[in-house]
Structure formats: structure tokens, C-alpha cells
Design a protein around this ligand. Structure first.
Ligand SMILES: Nc1ncnc2c1ncn2[C@@H]1O[C@H](COP(=O)(O)OP(=O)(O)O)[C@@H](O)[C@H]1O
Ligand SMILES: [Mg+2]
Length: 362
């Protein structure tokens, strides 16, 4: 069990943690989410004493690790940390990277460190890379080695600070799978992440960080579906919405598609619906509506994605009442209806953008 009592961490330029009071139970898997700069990394660094709190106390299994003179090596044996940037030793090969910490800190023999290391490498799917150098590995492989190295210390607590955010999108999955397996092992884990779908599926508890501490603490269902406090609600809802204003006949749609790709990636929308969304925007917005609008066109595009349900694309636009199904461009319209489950057009009185069309896409 980890207990934080009135923990404060102040730097010369600010105090990211003001008064943190939380208890982490054995076996808890906690996703730590929140806007950047709210002290997520600082919290993990306090818990493993990489950066001691400036006030307050931290207890691990009843012992105060913040006490003067407490042997920090005891913390290192209990807790492992996995960083965004892997931090492998460049001058050592993969198996050496994994063998060194337990030999140094636990005093185990080279043979035992080697045997454990090879087993762990097999667990993360990298048995054949034991003799490779870190620079020969992809980012995803490096991070899996870093996880194996952490596990070699057999810690009961593992802290992950954005373990996939430095990776190429194609490698996020392999690292997430390793962490997902680990989450079932009964170890206590805290994971700072921006991957909301992942955060949600692996944890039993979520810390939303804001305003100097753990602003809201709850189950994934509470935090993601029924957030109680204003900032949490705003953060969760913003994640699910993409908003664009298309205000010119030669609007930069390529830029929009780039932002769409980022949104799709962040919201973890699958490839097929993502492709359908792209097609719906291209055909409906670019080919049908924009050409039909006056010289000062304005289309307000909102894409809302909620997990476990369809994505909704809503376009509000100016000009005369115009139902896209009456377009001359029936080929484009056919594509629109073929990629969406439902198309609804209506006119909203007393609104400059009185044409409203919404599509549900899955
Ligand atoms: N070593 C440091 N020295 C000074 N300021 C720091 C240091 N580490 C973090 N901070 C500041 O503390 C705040 C929280 O940082 P951080 O914990 O990294 O946030 P997050 O991980 O949530 O993005 C930021 O304003 C950051 O600039
Ligand atoms: Mg951080």
C-alpha cells in the first residue's frame, strides 16, 4: 500500500503538487490522466523518490520513505519506473541492460541474472534480440526491453510515465499488449498516458490530475462516463470532439485531413470507420455543400466520438436552405449514404447557419 499525506512539490517557478492525499492499494492499476503540466510526472517522481516532496509524507507498506535518513535503495527494490524515453544503456547489449540492475542492487549472480533476463525477454517477445545493441532496435522493441529490465528487479510496484508517447503509432500496440498482460499479474501499477481507450481498459482506477493534485479519483466508468467535477467533464468531453470552421472556397482540406488523422489516432477510432469519416467529409463537405454555398461560405464541422457507439458528424452551414440529397452530384451523395448509417437534414430557424445535417458513422 502507498499512502500520500499532504504531499507538496514546489519548484522555483511553481508548485505542481499542492496537497495530495491518496491511498493506492496493493494490486491497483491506476491510469493517471490530465492536461500536460498538471504534475503527472512529478507525482510519479515523488512516489519513487526521484524527486522528494517539499512537504508531506509518503508511506510504502507502512514505512515512511520520506523520513530523513530512509535508505532509498529499499524504494528502488520495491518500485520500478518505465520512462517515455526508454533510458537503456547504449554501451551495453540487450541482455546486459537487463542483468546489470539486479546484480548491482540485489546482489544476485550473473548466471541467475542471465537466466531471469532471458525468460523476461521471451515474455516481451524479444528472446532473439538478447545480443543486439539498443541502437539496432525499433522504439517499440527498446521500450519492451526497458520493461523487461524493470521486471528483472521483481518490483511489486511499477510506474509508467507515458510509455508509448515517444513511439511511432505502428509500435504503440506491441508495447500496450505487454503492459496489458502485466496489469493482470497483480502488481501495483500507475500509468500516465494520453491513450484514453488503453487507459480505460487496463485500469481499475483513474486519477484525473488538475489544479495541483488528484482532482478526481474514480473507476474508469465514473471518470470516463460520469465525471463529477467540472474540469474532469471538460477534459473528457474535449477528447471526444473535433471542431473545424470551413470559411473559404479554397479552404485547406489537406490540413483538415491531417488534423482528422490525429483525432482518429488520439480517439482510437478503428481504420474502417476512420476511412468512412474521411469519405463523408470529402464527398459531403468538399464536393456537395461547399460548391453550393455563396461567396462567403461558412461550414461548422463537429465530429463527436463516444466509445462503444457511432461517431457523429454534424455540419452546420449558411446559404439558402439546401438539403444535400437534392444535389446534382448524385454520385458523391451515394457515397455519403453508403458510408453512413443514418443521414438527417433539418433547418434551424433564427440561426445564421440554419442548414444542419448529421451523419452517424461506424
Ligand atoms: N525539475 C523541474 N524543475 C522545475 N520545474 C519543473 C520540474 N519538473 C517539472 N516542473 C514543472 O512542474 C509542472 C508539472 O510538470 P510535470 O509533472 O512534468 O507535468 P505533466 O507530467 O503532467 O505534464 C510544470 O509546470 C513543469 O514545468
Ligand atoms: Mg509528464
Amino acid at each position: 500500500m502507498i499512502e500520500l499525506r499532504h504531499v507538496e512539490k514546489a519548484f522555483a517557478n511553481g508548485t505542481p503538487l499542492k496537497d495530495v492525499n491518496v491511498t493506492i492499494n496493493d494490486g491497483d492499476v491506476i491510469s493517471v490522466i490530465g492536461p500536460s503540466g498538471t504534475g503527472k510526472s512529478t507525482l510519479l517522481r515523488c512516489i519513487n523518490m526521484l524527486g522528494a516532496p517539499t512537504k508531506g509524507q509518503i508511506f510504502v507498506d507502512g514505512e515512511e520513505i520520506t523520513a530523513k535518513g530512509y535508505d532509498i535503495r529499499k524504494v528502488r527494490r520495491k518500485m520500478g519506473m518505465v520512462f517515455q524515453s526508454f533510458n537503456l544503456f547504449g554501451h551495453l547489449n540487450v541482455i546486459e541492460n537487463i542483468m546489470v540492475p539486479p546484480m548491482d542492487l540485489l546482489g544476485i549472480s550473473a548466471q541467475e541474472a542471465y537466466d531471469t533476463g532471458m525468460k523476461l525477454l521471451a515474455d516481451v517477445g524479444l528472446a532473439t534480440k538478447a545480443l543486439s545493441r539498443p541502437e539496432e532496435l525499433s522504439g517499440g522493441q527498446k521500450q519492451r526491453v526497458a520493461i523487461a529490465r524493470t521486471l528483472a528487479m521483481n518490483p511489486s510496484i511499477i510506474l509508467f510515465d507515458e510509455p508509448t508517447s515517444a513511439l511511432d503509432p505502428t509500435m504503440v500496440g506491441e508495447v500496450q499488449s505487454v503492459i496489458r498482460e502485466l496489469a493482470k499479474s497483480g502488481k501495483t501499477m500507475m500509468i500516465v498516458t494520453h491513450e484514453m481507450k488503453f487507459a480505460r481498459e487496463i485500469c481499475n482506477r483513474v486519477f484525473y490530475m488538475d489544479e495541483g493534485g488528484v482532482y478526481e479519483d474514480g473507476t474508469p466508468d465514473q471518470i470516463f462516463n460520469h465525471p463529477q467535477r467540472d474540469n474532469t467533464r471538460r477534459f473528457i468531453n474535449r477528447l471526444k470532439v473535433m471542431h473545424e470552421a470551413i470559411n473559404s472556397k479554397d479552404f485547406d482540406f489537406l490540413g483538415l485531413y491531417t488534423r482528422l488523422n490525429e483525432y482518429v489516432y488520439k480517439s482510437q477510432i478503428d481504420a474502417k470507420p476512420a476511412y468512412h469519416i474521411h469519405q463523408a467529409i470529402e464527398e459531403l463537405c468538399q464536393q456537395i455543400i461547399l460548391p453550393a454555398l455563396p461567396e462567403n461560405p461558412l461550414i461548422d464541422l463537429v465530429l463527436e466520438h463516444a466509445e462503444e457507439s457511432d461517431t457523429v458528424l454534424t455540419l452546420r452551414y449558411n446559404g439558402k436552405p439546401f438539403d444535400p440529397k437534392d444535389t446534382d452530384n448524385q454520385i458523391s451523395y451515394k457515397i455519403v449514404t453508403s458510408v453512413s448509417n443514418e443521414v438527417r437534414y433539418r433547418i434551424r430557424e433564427n440561426d445564421e447557419l440554419h442548414n444542419v445535417i448529421s451523419l452517424t458513422i461506424s
